[in-house]
Design a protein around this ligand. Structure first.
Ligand code: NAD
Length: 417
């Protein structure tokens, strides 16, 4: 039996394709294949029952040639080192694609937050932060939220880090609550960036956002906000899902009402205005113009890529499409806006938050959204022009831009000693 393809296989294959297209120096290619530093930790926590549980966690720092490391922290039962390494690598390319001065990192703790109390999650977060203390920091590595971590998690990280320093260090982490120096618009920024890219992609396809039908897989921070922003752009949300399943209504679902339902019941499933329930795989293949995968990796594979009906895919999630599926989608002329461009709005707003913290400023929401719009549209145009010049797909074009910039930075810095 052949081994299932994992996110790190996907990330390395993408790097190989980009390296070949830009004729990257083999030494630099080797440099980029591996993270600069990997820290694994065992995190002992006293559970509410008084039992001690020990959780596995890690922080992977890929390449910091363009600036300090930056990347989310994920709490999930399936987190492993290969996945976190792939996510760190994607962060490196992503920061380079939108041209913000960071390198890529990612952290993960293997746990099931759904089975843990808030107090247990707080102890886990504080102990994990304590174990990363010598590796993170505002000029070294700045964490942010990812799957099943949120603004509260970031507040605990900030507090723990600050307690050890002896003074308040809001710039040590982004995605914080506004009251602690978080940026206006950060929570929705990833989704806003996805929808800006989808809107630009729709222009290229001669499609209008008004009346376009949208399916969203994953109804967390990224998915739910993408649905709301899509609705604000005039689109109709026909299907959404989460880890418990999905719902569909050809006439449209109100994403704000779906969020209220999820808030109350814990899932989108059971929403009264849905006309039918769908599985996550049916959602991906549903009849829609725009598909936004916003859950986990490896969702669009060679097994279902031939049945995707959307004309545009905006990757909210990291790594939702395998390279084999990419090929099928390209042949079918489905325009896929890749993760390292589409979901870069999150890290861009995180960068804005960091700048605000370092300068002790607080920008208005309009200013954040205006700056975000300008960064995303420029990155989209940059990728689009490489796509045209090299007659390639958008993922390859984004990788050419991202990998190319990082490779150039490494070359310019030179190798010490
Ligand atoms: P989240 O924890 O807020 O939401 C995740 C959602 O996915 C939940 O609704 C969950 O029920 C759903 N889900 C989990 N397993 C699923 C499955 N098997 N099928 C369908 N749905 C499933 O996480 P998030 O922050 O919204 O992140 C979602 C994706 O976006 C991840 O891939 C993450 O790496 C990526 N991303 C997030 C950000 C950010 O700013 N939060 C930025 C860039 C990329």
């Amino acid at each position: 039996m052949s081994k299932a393809i994992g996110p790190l296989d996907v990330a390395l294959e993408q790097l190989r394709i980009a390296a070949e297209m830009i004729e990257l120096d083999p030494g630099i290619h080797a440099f980029l294949k591996r993270p600069k530093r990997t820290l694994t930790v065992s995190i002992p926590i006293k559970m509410d029952s008084d039992d001690i549980n020990v959780f596995w966690g890690c922080r992977v720092q890929h390449i910091d040639a363009r600036g300090p490391f930056k990347g989310g922290i994920r709490y999930h039962p399936c987190v492993d080192l290969a996945e976190v390494t792939a996510l760190a690598m994607w962060m490196t390319w992503k920061c380079a694609v939108v041209d913000i001065p960071y390198g890529g990192a990612k952290g993960g703790v293997c746990c099931n937050p759904k089975d843990m109390s808030k107090a247990e999650l707080e102890r886990l977060t504080r102990r994990y932060t304590n174990m990363l203390l010598d590796f993170i920091g505002p000029r070294r590595d700045v964490p942010a939220p990812d799957v099943y971590t949120d603004a509260q998690t970031m507040a605990w990280i900030m507090d723990t880090y600050s307690r050890f320093k002896g003074y308040s260090v809001p710039e040590c982490v982004t995605g914080k609550p506004i009251i602690l120096g978080g940026s206006e618009g950060r929570t929705e920024a990833t989704s806003r960036g996805v929808m800006i890219c989808v809107r630009e992609a729709a222009k290229r396809k001669g499609m209008r956002m008004k009346g376009a039908t949208v399916a969203v897989q994953g109804y967390g921070t990224v998915g739910s906000n993408a649905a709301k922003i899509a609705q604000d752009m005039g689109a109709k949300i026909v299907a959404v899902s989460d880890s418990s399943g999905g719902i569909y209504n050809r006439s449209g679902l109100n994403p704000r009402k779906v969020s209220e339902h999820k808030e109350k019941t814990g899932s989108v499933v059971g929403f009264k205005k849905a006309t039918k329930e769908v599985t996550n795989s049916e959602l991906l293949e549903s009849d829609c113009d725009i598909l936004v995968p916003a859950a986990l990796h490896n969702q669009i594979t060679k097994a279902n890529a031939g049945r995707i009906r959307a004309r545009i895919i905006g990757e909210g999630a990291n790594g939702p499409t395998t390279p084999e599926a990419d090929k099928i989608l390209r042949e079918r002329q489905i325009l896929l806006v890749p993760d390292i461009l589409a979901n870069a709005g999150g890290v861009t707003a995180s960068y804005f938050e960091w700048v605000q913290n370092l300068t002790r400023e607080h920008w208005a929401l309009e200013e954040v959204n205006r700056k975000l719009e300008s960064v995303m549209v420029k990155a989209f145009k940059d990728v689009n022009s490489i796509m045209a010049k090299k007659s390639t797909d958008m993922r390859s074009a984004a990788l050419i831009l991202g990998v190319g910039r990082v490779g150039e930075a490494i070359k310019t810095l030179g190798l010490w000693p």
